[in-house]
Design a protein around this ligand. Structure first.
Ligand SMILES: Nc1ncnc2c1ncn2[C@@H]1O[C@H](COP(=O)(O)OP(=O)(O)OP(=O)(O)O)[C@@H](O)[C@H]1O
Ligand SMILES: [Mg+2]
Length: 393
C-alpha cells in the first residue's frame, strides 16, 4: 500500500497528570475521510491540535506525506531510565546490551528534537518539488503563447513555497465558529490572513482567491466587508471552511464542524465539506462526538475513550459488527427513524470496571479481522475472534 498521507504513531499528549491523549495510533490514506468519535473530553480536539503542532507532543511521532512533522521524547526517556534501572546488578553481557539501548534512545531523542523543531526547514525542498512537478506537465503541454504565463505562475508559487511552513498543508476547521473567528476582523481579512502570513503580497492575487473561495463555500462577494457577528452559525462555519480551504491544504481537520449548528443546517455544511472533498481531492480527519454524524461521511472510524483509541474499522464494519462495549454503547445512543424500534430501543451504558477484567494485563490494540482493530486483553481477543467467526459462518 502507498505511504498514508497522515500517520500518527503512539501519540501521547499529557497535561500534567491528565493523559488527554494516550498512545493513539492511526493513519489516513490520501483521499480518505477518517472519523474520530468519542464523548466530550476524550481527547479528540487535543489529537487534532497535536497534529497541527499547537502542542509540543509528549511522546510519539506524526508523519505527513512520509515526513516526520512532530515528535515527542517521553517514550525514549522512559526507555533510558528503565535500562539504567535494569543495569543495577546485571552481568557484564546484559549491561552491554542495556548500554546499547541507552545509546539508541539517546539518538532517538536527538532525531525527534531535530525533526520536531526543524520540520519546516527540512520539508521545504519537498514543497518546491511539488510545485515543479505540478507545473512540469502543464508547461510542456501548453501552447507556446501560454507558456510564459505558466512559467511566471510557477515562479510565483516557488517563491511562496520558499517561505511557506510545511504544516500549512494541514488546515483545521475549529470546533466553535464564534470563538475561532476574530470579531474585529472582516470576513475578507479573516480569509486572507493565512495567505498574507504565507508571504502573498500581490493584492490582485489575494482578491481573486478570496472572492473565488467565498463563492465556492456558498457566500457572496458582498459578505467580504462584513464582520462575523453579522452572520448565522452556518454562515460562520462556511467562513471557517473558506479560511482553511484557501490555503490549498492536502489535509483538513474538521473539529466538530457542525455540532454547534441546528440540525437543519448541519446537513448543508456536511454537504459542502463533501463537495469540496471531491472537487479538491482533500483528505479529511472528521471529529464528532456521536456516530450518527460521521456514519455516511467517513470511510473509516476511530472510537476514542478517555484518551485511548478503543476501536478502529471501516464505517460499514463498525456499524455492522461493533465489538468494543464502548462502541456498542455509542451506537445504542443513536435515535432510530422508526418510531416502533425507537420506543423499544435499549440504551447500553458503558461501565469499564464491570466490562473488563484487566487486573494484571494492559489491553492493547489487536486486529480481530483484517482492518478491524479493538483494544482488548488476550481473553477478549479470543472471544471477539469467535464472535466474528460466528458472523462469517
Ligand atoms: N490546553 C490544555 N491544558 C490542559 N488540559 C487540557 C488542555 N486541552 C485539553 N485539556 C484536557 O484534555 C482532555 C481532553 O480534551 P479535548 O478538548 O481534547 O476533548 P474533546 O474530545 O475534544 O472534547 P469535546 O467533545 O468536549 O470537544 C480534557 O480532560 C481537557 O480538560
Ligand atoms: Mg473538542
Amino acid at each position: 500500500m502507498d505511504e498514508p498521507l497522515l500517520r500518527v504513531e503512539h501519540l501521547c499528549q499529557y497535561f500534567g497528570t491528565n493523559k488527554a491523549v494516550d498512545d493513539v495510533s492511526f493513519d489516513i490514506q490520501k483521499g480518505e475521510v477518517f472519523g474520530l468519535v468519542g464523548e466530550s473530553g476524550c481527547g479528540k480536539t487535543t489529537t487534532g491540535r497535536s497534529i497541527i503542532r499547537i502542542y509540543d507532543i509528549t511522546s510519539g511521532s506524526i508523519y505527513f506525506n512520509g515526513h516526520r512533522i512532530a515528535a515527542g521524547t517521553k517514550s525514549y526517556k522512559d526507555a533510558i531510565s528503565d535500562a539504567k534501572k535494569a543495569m543495577r546488578g546485571a552481568d557484564a553481557q546484559r549491561k552491554a546490551e542495556l548500554e546499547q539501548v541507552v545509546r539508541e534512545n539517546r539518538k532517538n531523542i536527538r532525531l525527534a528534537r531535530r525533526d520536531h523543531t526543524q520540520c519546516d526547514k527540512l520539508c521545504r525542498p519537498y514543497l518546491k518539488q511539488e510545485v515543479e512537478a505540478r507545473y512540469e506537465a502543464l508547461i510542456s503541454a501548453a501552447p507556446p503563447d501560454r507558456r510564459d504565463q505558466l512559467i511566471r505562475e510557477r515562479d510565483y508559487d516557488l517563491r511562496v513555497a520558499e517561505k511557506q511552513r510545511y504544516i500549512t498543508k494541514i488546515q483545521m476547521i475549529f470546533q466553535d465558529p464564534i470563538a475561532s473567528l476574530d470579531p474585529r476582523m472582516t470576513v475578507y481579512d479573516t480569509i486572507a490572513e493565512g495567505l498574507i502570513i504565507r508571504g502573498e503580497k500581490d493584492k490582485a492575487v489575494i482578491d481573486e482567491k478570496v472572492y473565488r473561495i467565498l463563492e465556492r463555500v456558498g457566500l457572496v462577494r458582498e459578505h467580504a466587508t462584513r464582520y462575523p457577528h453579522e452572520f448565522s452559525g452556518g454562515q460562520r462555519q462556511r467562513i471557517g471552511v473558506a479560511r482553511a480551504v484557501i490555503m490549498n491544504p492536502d489535509l483538513i481537520i474538521a473539529d466538530e464542524p457542525v455540532s454547534a449548528l441546528d440540525v437543519s443546517i448541519q446537513a448543508q455544511v456536511i454537504n459542502l465539506l463533501n463537495e469540496l472533498r471531491h472537487d479538491l481531492g482533500l483528505t479529511v480527519l472528521f471529529i464528532a462526538h456521536d456516530l450518527s454524524v460521521v456514519k455516511y461521511f467517513s470511510d473509516r472510524i476511530g472510537v476514542m475513550y478517555f484518551g485511548r483509541l478503543v476501536e478502529l474499522a471501516t464505517s460499514d464494519e463498525l456499524f455492522a459488527h461493533p465489538l468494543h462495549p464502548y462502541t456498542r454503547s455509542l451506537l445504542s445512543a443513536i435515535p432510530l427513524p422508526d418510531p416502533y424500534f425507537e420506543r423499544t430501543r435499549k440504551r447500553l451504558k458503558y461501565d469499564p470496571l464491570a466490562e473488563h477484567n484487566y487486573g494484571s494485563e494492559q489491553p492493547i490494540m489487536r486486529e480481530v479481522v483484517p482492518g478491524h482493530f479493538v483494544q482488548c486483553s488476550q481473553a477478549e481477543y479470543e472471544r471477539y475472534i469467535k464472535q466474528m467467526q460466528g458472523v462469517q459462518a
